[in-house]
Write a protein that binds this ligand. Structure first.
Ligand SMILES: [Zn+2]
Ligand SMILES: [Zn+2]
Length: 175
């Protein structure tokens, strides 16, 4: 599939399921550890998807394989739009089934580790860790975590403030 086909197919799925198109939807040439990635912000219990990116490796793939990866990422995106964060849990799996999505493995060949870096758009770069805590004022990463922990509980439930700006923090999660 080419880039346009990939983007168009994702938008079709959005239209079919009555969710808005993501503002940041593209092939991300730096994405290397997964074939697709949905990032979202969590502020207290409110979840907001911020980007849907696909790996350039997908460009060389056949329609069936590529569409399956796109459906997988769409399932994450759709549930986040309903404020549901289920990871790859039962709600996610049930929705994938509805989409006839069979591929749950979206890992690509290489894994890059650029923990904590923020790119020009203020978005975290591809991170090996699953969660990045971001200062809502300057957008800098203030911590990365590979699994959910007490600190992340505190950030999402309490009024944790960043050391740099004394501003509230949000959690960006990579799937
Ligand atoms: Zn800050
Ligand atoms: Zn996934």
């Amino acid at each position: 599939m080419n880039e346009k086909d990939i983007i168009e197919y994702f938008k079709e799925l959005c239209d079919e399921h009555n969710v808005p198109h993501p503002k940041d939807l593209k092939i991300n040439r730096r994405l290397s550890s997964t074939l697709g990635r949905v990032q979202y912000r969590r502020v207290f219990t409110a979840l907001t998807p911020v980007s849907v990116h696909f790996n350039k490796e997908l460009l060389g793939e056949g329609v069936d394989f590529a569409r399956d990866i796109i459906k997988h990422e769409f399932a994450h995106y759709y549930l986040l739009c309903q404020n549901i964060d289920d990871g790859h849990g039962p709600i996610f799996k049930a929705f994938c089934k509805k989409l006839n999505c069979v591929n749950s493995g979206t890992k690509a060949k290489n894994d890059l580790d650029r923990n904590g870096a923020v790119d020009r758009e203020g978005m975290p770069k591809m991170v090996a860790s699953k969660y990045t805590v971001i200062c809502s004022s300057c957008n800098k990463s203030v911590g990365t975590y590979s699994r959910w922990c007490k600190t992340l509980d505190r950030v999402s439930n309490d009024h944790a403030v960043s050391g740099c700006c004394k501003a509230p923090c949000s959690i960006v999660q990579n799937w």
